[in-house]
Structures are given as structure tokens and as C-alpha cells.
Design a protein around this ligand. Structure first.
Ligand code: HGY
Ligand code: MN
Ligand code: MN
Length: 440
């Protein structure tokens, strides 16, 4: 986050968000202002890692060089603060203050990986704010010693699933929602498997698997995240608390046609899967609009992918999300039905595979309300269509989320940003929450 001297990706703009009304009269924790200088230093160090010069977006994919650099940055932050650093069996990073084995720990953190050409804040804002919140607590002289509960900061690996196609791999493995066998089946576009990538990055893939003992030692997990929407901008608040995460999933549609010459094959003789794919994309938009849901075909792979060749195979990935399970099921069923009908007309064979699914997450009310009480009771509570590690962990651990205002709502884009004062308000709110939970 810079002092508004930049305009590219990752450059937060100084001052309050454009067009926002002054924040409600909330306590200092969410009013903004102040906050540790360490945030700027960490942000400046992290910003260049994995950033693509042309797009200004981030390409921090699991078990790549950029991921390794982010991990090295996390370890340096932990050790420079005298925190006990460790990596768990699934490659998630942990920085501890207090006894990691004592139990009932208060844990905060997020992820450092990105979607292709993602923004600077999705993930890193939560990790940087966690270290900055600890610095704030120490600056306040909060009674961190003796802590009434151990405190930890985490970086969960491969949250976006950009390389291997499954989101939240690190937290799903830990929570037992992804088996070692299924994880071993994951492979990237070059055919590299997840275990091969982990091994090349210096991690032992044989160790991966559920980590119930570790999760049992967590009393509360709080993830701070940039809002991926405009609810806070519209309400004029800097910080919000999550109520729920929409159910969502990823489905792979394989349209099998017949390769042929683009210049010599008559239209009537073609079995062109691209046509069926195109009709399916339009059907997805139509069904989502009808149901008040969302559906996106954002990724496609074409074989042989030649300008002058009718494809033999078109693979399209559908991401669909809705406020409730029934609506999501309705949309996906309708899209698959439309795709199969069009495939019949086009002479195409269609396979549909559900590659990942996350049921609705209702964050635990007791912890959600505790956060609001700590922050003065007037913090807006809002749902989200974005998945998070906190959503995965919520099945095993009391979890909550803090959102920081995003004035445009844009995310998964180099244009994602958050204003400096709002980031500071997030740090102060997280510091209050950690103090309220771990330093009773
Ligand atoms: O896809 C998501 O909602 C998250 O960014 N992984
Ligand atoms: Mn994301
Ligand atoms: Mn995220």
C-alpha cells in the first residue's frame, strides 16, 4: 500500500474511498487513522513479488517461485517478531506467540497466492494486517504476556486453486475435506501433479492429509479480507463482519467434436464443439439471471487450439454460485440440460464433471456477535459469494471474517484496491478483536 503515489495494481490510494460518505461514528477501531507503520513496510516488500509487468496483476501460483518468495516473506515477518515459525504437513505456514500445543488458540491470517493476474489485496491484505495487528497490540502494550490464549498468524497454501483447479487446497487438506488420494490426482496445465510440484518446492507430499489435532487446538479463526463487493462502500463503513458464504462450485464441461480443416470442411459436415460451448455460455448467463444467481465460464482449453483447425475438444469451466443450495442446483442443472440439448443438435459428445463444491457457510453466530461487541456493536454484517479458507475451516473451528471496504468492489483483477484509511481501520479492528479474544 503506497502513500497514494501510485496508480497501478497494489497501489492503494491515500485518503478515504472516492464517493464514500464518512464512516458511521464507530469506535477508533473502525474509524481509521493511526495504525502501525509496519503495514507500509510489509506492503512495500510484498508488492513486487509475482507481479506481472505488463498486466500489473499477480501470478502467485501454488508451489511456484513466486509462491516460494511469498513464503520466504512470511517466514521473515514471523521470525523478525520473535514468533515461533512452522509449516504444517500440508504446507500451510504458522507463526505462533504462546504455546502452539496449549489449545484454544486465537488464529488469524489468510492466503498469499492469487488468481491469474489477480489484485494485490485478495489474501495478502489479511496476512499483512495480521502481522500489523500484532504490532499494534505490542505498541498498545496490550497484556500479551501472559496471553490468556496462544495467538497465531497463518498463510494457507493454494487458496485460489489457480494452478491445480481446486480452491482452498491447504485448508481443505487440513480439514479433511480433500483426501491425499484426490490431491494426488490434481495436475496443472503442463501435466505436473500437485505432489510433484510440492516436492520440487522442497515439501514432502507424502505427509499431506487431515490435521484434526492441529485444528482441535484452535479456539477461534478470524480472517480479515478485502471485500469483494461494494456493500461497505454503499453503507459508508470501513469494516464489516461476514455472515455467510454462498454455496458455490466448479464444473468442467468437456465438449468432444471432430477435428478438421477450417478452410475445406463444409459447415454441414462439421462437428464443431466450439458452437456447443458458445451456446452453453449464453445459456449459463440466461439461467443465472433468471435465478438471481451467478454463473461464469472464465476458463477454456481448446485442442488442438489452432486458428485454422476445427477443434476436437473444447473444455470449459463453469463457476456458479447462489444464495442457497436449491437455487444453485437449479441453475447448474438447467445449464447442463441446455448443453446436452445443444450437443445433440451439434453431434457433440458432452461430459460434465463437478471438480469442486463448497456448501453454504453460516459463520458461527456467537463468534460473529463477539466480534461485533468488541468493535462497538454497530459493524455491518454482510454475506459474500466469495470462498475463503475461513469458510472451509468453519466446519471444524469457530471462524469469523472481517471485511475491509473496497470502493469499487472489483477483485480478481489488477484494479482491485482499498484506501489507506480503510486498510488501517481493518488493522485496528483486527487488533481489537485479537486483544478481546486472546488477552482477556
Ligand atoms: O473463488 C473464490 O471465491 C475465492 O477467491 N477462492
Ligand atoms: Mn480470491
Ligand atoms: Mn481470498
Amino acid at each position: 500500500m503506497t502513500r497514494s503515489d501510485g496508480t497501478g495494481a497494489g497501489e492503494a490510494h491515500g485518503g478515504s474511498a472516492p464517493g464514500a460518505r464518512p464512516a458511521t461514528s464507530a469506535p477508533a477501531a473502525v474509524r481509521g487513522g493511526g495504525g502501525p507503520a509496519s503495514f507500509h513496510a510489509m506492503w512495500d516488500e510484498l508488492r513486487p513479488i509475482g507481479r506481472h509487468a505488463d498486466s500489473g496483476g499477480y501470478r502467485r501460483f501454488a508451489w511456484t517461485g513466486a509462491d516460494a518468495d511469498c513464503r520466504a516473506w512470511f517466514r521473515a515477518q514471523a521470525e523478525s517478531r520473535g514468533l515461533a515459525y512452522e509449516v504444517d504437513r500440508n504446507g500451510n505456514q504458522w507463526a505462533w506467540l504462546g504455546d502452539p500445543l496449549a489449545g484454544d488458540a486465537v488464529v488469524t491470517g489468510s492466503h498469499l497466492d492469487s488468481v491469474p493476474d489477480g489484485g494485490a489485496f485478495d489474501g495478502p491484505l489479511g496476512v499483512v494486517s495480521s502481522f500489523a495487528a500484532l504490532d499494534e497490540l505490542r505498541a498498545r502494550g496490550a497484556a500479551l504476556t501472559p496471553l490468556t490464549r496462544p495467538l497465531a498468524i497463518t498463510n494457507f497454501g493454494d487458496e485460489e486453486g489457480a494452478r491445480f483447479g481446486l480452491a482452498c487446497v491447504g485448508s481443505r487438506l487440513a480439514a479433511g475435506q480433500l483426501t491425499k488420494e484426490k490431491a494426488y490426482e490434481l495436475r496443472d496445465a503442463d501435466g505436473t501433479t500437485l505432489p510433484q510440484a510440492m516436492e520440487r518446492a522442497g515439501y514432502d507430499p507424502d505427509a499431506i492429509g487431515a490435521d484434526p489435532e492441529r485444528l482441535a487446538r484452535i479456539g477461534a479463526f478470524v480472517e480479515l479480507h478485502v471485500e469483494q463487493g461494494r456493500a461497505l462502500d454503499l453503507s459508508g463503513d470501513r469494516v464489516g463482519i461476514a455472515s455467510a458464504i454462498w454455496p458455490h462450485g466448479r464444473w468442467r464441461f468437456d465438449f468432444h467434436g471432430e477435428a478438421n480443416h477450417a478452410g475445406t470442411t463444409r459447415l454441414v459436415d462439421r462437428r464443431d464443439p466450439m458452437l456447443t460451448y458458445a451456446a452453453t455460455v449464453l445459456a449459463a448467463r440466461q439461467e443465472a439471471a433468471l435465478a438471481g444467481a451467478v454463473a461464469t465460464f472464465g476458463k477454456i482449453a481448446v485442442e488442438p487450439n489452432g486458428v485454422n483447425a476445427i477443434p476436437s475438444l473444447v473444455r470449459g469451466w463453469l463457476d456458479s454460485r447462489a444464495a442457497d443450495q436449491a437455487t444453485l442446483d437449479t441453475v447448474v442443472t438447467a445449464v447442463e440440460k441446455a448443453a446436452r440439448e445443444q450437443a445433440g443438435r451439434d453431434g457433440i459428445d458432452l461430459d460434465v464433471v463437478r471438480e469442486s463444491f463448497t456448501p453454504v457457510v453460516e459463520f458461527e453466530h456467537a463468534l460473529r456477535d463477539e466480534l461485533n461487541r468488541i468493535l462497538g456493536g454497530a459493524v455491518p454484517v454482510l454475506g459474500t459469494g466469495a470462498g475463503h479458507d475461513a469458510g472451509i475451516l468453519s466446519a471444524a473451528v469457530p471462524t469469523a471474517m472481517l471485511f475491509v471496504r473496497n470502493p469499487t468492489g472489483v477483485s480478481h483483477s489488477p484494479r482491485e484496491f482499498a484506501a489507506e484509511d480503510d486498510c488501517t481501520a481493518g488493522v485496528l479492528a483486527l487488533a481489537d478483536v485479537l486483544e478481546g479474544l486472546a488477552c482477556r
